[in-house]
Write a protein that binds this ligand. Sequence first.
Ligand SMILES: [Zn+2]
Length: 436
Amino acid sequence: MIAHRLAVALVAGLLTGTLSAAPARIQSIRVAEYDSKTRVVLELDQARSHKLEVLDGQPRVVVDLYSASLAASLPERGTGIVRRIRHGRHPGDMLRVVFDLHASATATSFGIAAGKDGRGHRIVVDIFPGGVESEAAAEERAQPAVRDVLVAIDAGHGGKDPGAIGRGGSREKTVVLAIARRLARQIDKEPGMSSMLTRDGDYYIQLRRRYALAQERNADLFVSVHADAVRSLRVRGSSVYVLSEKGSSDEARRLARRENASDRVGGIEMDGLPPTIADMIIDLSQNASIGASLEVGDDVLQHLHGVGRVRKSKVQTAPFAVLKAHDVPSILVETAYISNPQEERLLNSSSYQEHLAQAMLAGIRAYFYRNPPRDTLIAQRVAAGELPEQQYVARRGDTLSGIAQRFRIPVAVLIRANNLPNDRLRVGQVLKIPAG
Ligand SMILES: [Zn+2]
């Protein structure tokens, strides 16, 4: 018995457009079982349109892709209603992937373009046991998509540009990449947040390319990670900078000159626009995001207080080329001074790197829970009153009122949340910081 019923869906939309000449590669095939359905996800390195067919008789779902090849190994065992997966090549570079089923079913499919969450192009096939899609399954499919907040993490320098070099020989480009990777991993573990790295290796990227990468992926935040150096051995501590063209201190200008030096970015040229008009456009969009940059910078700075020394207790402004991300709130974190022998050692320690990353994440999290971008899981959680709790480790000189002010909560709330008998604090005491 062959094909009693034939359902064909041609899926256009997201995955059409200009198809490139090289065959797309299917990089993975995942099958997962849910209450009402079995979901298959094909991940591709390029967008491809596909055709979905559901056949009865020997029940199976067939996905045809034009100009595609299989670069993934097929799961050996079945999952859910999928008994096994096989594939075949057909004339005209067509790849056919066949899902043999335990029972007859219906199926729907859709494409997701690469982006936001760091994954590639995907084709999602939902297979529903039985002839008719259940009401619950239909409802589940109708849920509007929520996205993750995307944080672009930029490890400063790289390749031919080592950045600052410590007395002990540590290179800024190496330690900041380690910190950036830790931050990326922590962000990816955080519900509703995902990360991207502008560089993930020891190579050189132009400054303008760094923020262009973040813009291409519509990042919600750009964080550039550095480790400063000065002639004096004694200077130490972290600082957070946001972009400003004017009104910056001499020290900030000196730092910006050095951080910008690897890549002579005088003004940004915008293709086809006279420079003066381009500058004006950039100024306008920078003003719009500078408030957000200052706010998230302050959140990160407040949390860095819990890790080590903070050099400047206010967010600094400097004309950093790498922060010219126009519409993306952007901060530059000088995590520590690689020129200070003690901090050079710390910068190389994995636990200190991890603590720095934790503090940056905590600041970023606090900012996004106060300012959740639309259509994100965080916006949904905020609307549902699900706010994350944070922790703060008291350090010398801290007072309850100071901490309360820093996290923008009333002192009484802080005392209640921690069942404190009085307002005395000891160094190292861990405080719960309720969501503000
Ligand atoms: Zn640097």
